[in-house]
Every structure is written in C-alpha cells, then in structure tokens.
Design a binder for this molecule. Structure first.
Ligand code: ZN
Length: 99
C-alpha cells in the first residue's frame, strides 16, 4: 500500500504538481488563524518521517534541517536552488551527512 502511494506520488506531472501546490495552499489559507498556529506549533522543526526534533546544520552556506533519529535531511523552499548552483554539491552533501 505504501509502495503504491509512493509510486503514485512520483508519477505526477509538473502540471499536476503545480495544481496540487495551488490546492494545498488554498486549503491552508482557508484554515482559521488559530488552526494554522496550532499546526505550526505541532509540526515546526519536527521530522516529517519520524516526528523527532530537527537540528539546523550549516552546509555550504545553507541552513539544512537534519533528523539525527532517522537520518533524514530536509530543505526549506529555495534552499535546493541555492545548493544546486554550487558545483559538486550533491556528492559533498552525501559525504557530509553520511553516518
Ligand atoms: Zn526523522
């Protein structure tokens, strides 16, 4: 079941991704301010995979969120673009966060 859901997510076209983003942003904007605040307090700086606290790690001038419980590495909006402009960033990131 999880594999099927994962497969469906990865098969989205760029147009479907834009439509999904717009839908989620509309739904989020429709939430009451108190509900938005409650969700932010509940999830802010917590790993989306395991729920553990995230730690900010400086990597090549970009503040990356790292989960030391499950090993996940997360980028905020715009951070991937900052990293991809630096040659060798992916291999360097693998070495930096390995282990
Ligand atoms: Zn985690």
């Amino acid at each position: 079941m999880a594999d099927q859901a994962r497969s469906e997510k990865s098969s989205l076209t760029p147009e479907q991704i834009r439509a999904k983003r717009a839908e989620v942003q509309r739904n989020h904007a429709e939430l009451a301010e108190g509900e938005r605040r409650r969700l932010r307090d509940l999830h802010y700086m917590h790993c989306p995979k395991c729920g553990s606290a995230l730690t900010e790690v400086q990597f090549r001038g970009v503040q990356v969120d790292k989960c030391f419980a499950c090993g996940g590495v997360y980028l905020d909006d715009g951070e991937l673009e900052q990293l991809t402009g630096k040659p060798g960033w992916f291999e360097s990131m693998l070495r930096f966060f390995k282990g």
